[in-house]
Ligand binder design. Structure first.
Ligand SMILES: O=C(O)CCC(=O)C(=O)O
Ligand SMILES: [Fe+2]
Length: 319
């Protein structure tokens, strides 16, 4: 893979204390130790967790979509993420998925990829969450594939909790991982350490994926961040505050997945079982070679819980 990444400095924000990620790999298999660290920090980071060959296979499939839509620079191998931002900027805002980074049509093409829906079921991921939950795992089929670009209508993901966007149980865990190296200068995910203890935090509307930002109190400054390498994952329950760093490279696309896991014994909101786009599951499944992962959640004993709009209503936070 050609790597045009440099370690361009990421601008400092005032009042931010940066702490490095701690690799939790030595705790794998020890449910009590993993839960204790997650209870302290609000997240777990694992270095080189996913096999790079499988990540790169999906990266290649997603970049092939970018290429078909005419935004990939020529003269790079199948894993190179250099794009033609001027060409992408010709896509008008109303045809964009600004929460994703590319057009609605391109994201639909990614959602149709079998490889995109298969990777979140990797046995290592299932084993991790089985250990954490002490039960069978529901993998939400609503996977999100970020294809973050410098398109003029795309903004870095603001600080938010996933809970108001996903609902169901607050013990839903997000797993975020880049599909390739993602140093801080490429706009990786960063986590507000210990923020899960605050419970639900009031929101304000904001630019960037999700469209909401939490109001932070002056002492909430300890951000865990690091340079991700291919295979690294970070995972956290849905009250943990997180945001993306701003990408410093205008001509690179940042490919990453965010996937959700929960215990089958906890409640789930119905939207989590729907595609993350306007296609139907039938349309998504049309070109797949295997039936094994089609409608798999319908074979699990799930309890649904209703959507609650009040979580998405802006309100003031008293610090
Ligand atoms: O990748 C991003 O910019 C946002 C990801 C995110 O918010 C998540 O994984 O929950
Ligand atoms: Fe999020």
């Amino acid at each position: 893979m050609t790597s045009p990444l440099t370690s361009a400095p990421v601008p400092e924000s005032p009042g931010v204390r940066k702490v490095p990620f701690v690799d939790s790999t030595p705790l794998l298999g020890d449910a009590d130790a993993l839960r204790a660290r997650a209870a302290d920090d609000g997240f777990l980071f694992f270095k080189h967790f996913l096999p790079v060959a499988e990540l790169f296979a999906l990266r290649k499939d997603m970049l092939a979509v970018v290429e078909r839509h005419g935004w990939r620079q020529p003269g790079q191998d199948a894993l190179g993420g250099r794009i033609n931002l001027d060409a992408l900027n010709e896509v008008p805002e109303e045809k964009m998925r600004t929460d994703i980074g590319v057009s609605i049509a391109a994201y639909d093409d990614v959602q149709k990829l079998e490889s995109f829906h298969r990777l979140p079921h990797h046995p290592k991921l299932l084993a991790l969450y089985r250990t954490l939950f002490g039960s069978e795992v529901l993998v939400h089929p609503r996977h999100i594939g970020r294809m973050i670009t410098g398109h003029k209508a795309v903004f870095p993901t603001p600080p938010h909790q996933d809970f108001p966007l996903i609902q169901g149980t607050a013990a839903t865990w997000t797993c975020w991982f880049p599909l390739g190296d993602c140093p801080r200068s490429c706009g990786g995910l960063t986590i507000l350490k210990g923020s899960h203890r605050a419970g639900y935090i009031p929101i304000q509307p904001s630019k960037g994926a999700g469209g909401i930002a939490v109001s932070l109190c002056p002492w909430e400054t300890e951000w865990a961040e690091g340079d991700y390498e291919a295979g690294d994952i970070i995972t956290f329950p849905s009250h943990t505050v997180h945001k993306a760093l701003r990408c410093q490279h205008k001509d690179l696309i940042r490919l990453s997945l965010d996937v959700r896991y929960q215990s089958v014994n906890d409640v789930v909101e119905e939207k989590s079982l729907k595609p993350h786009c306007d296609l139907t599951w039938e349309q998504i499944y049309a070109g797949w070679s295997s039936d094994a992962l089609k409608y798999y959640w319908q074979r699990q004993p799930l309890t649904l819980t209703p959507w609650n709009d009040t979580y998405l209503q802006p309100s003031r936070r008293i610090c």
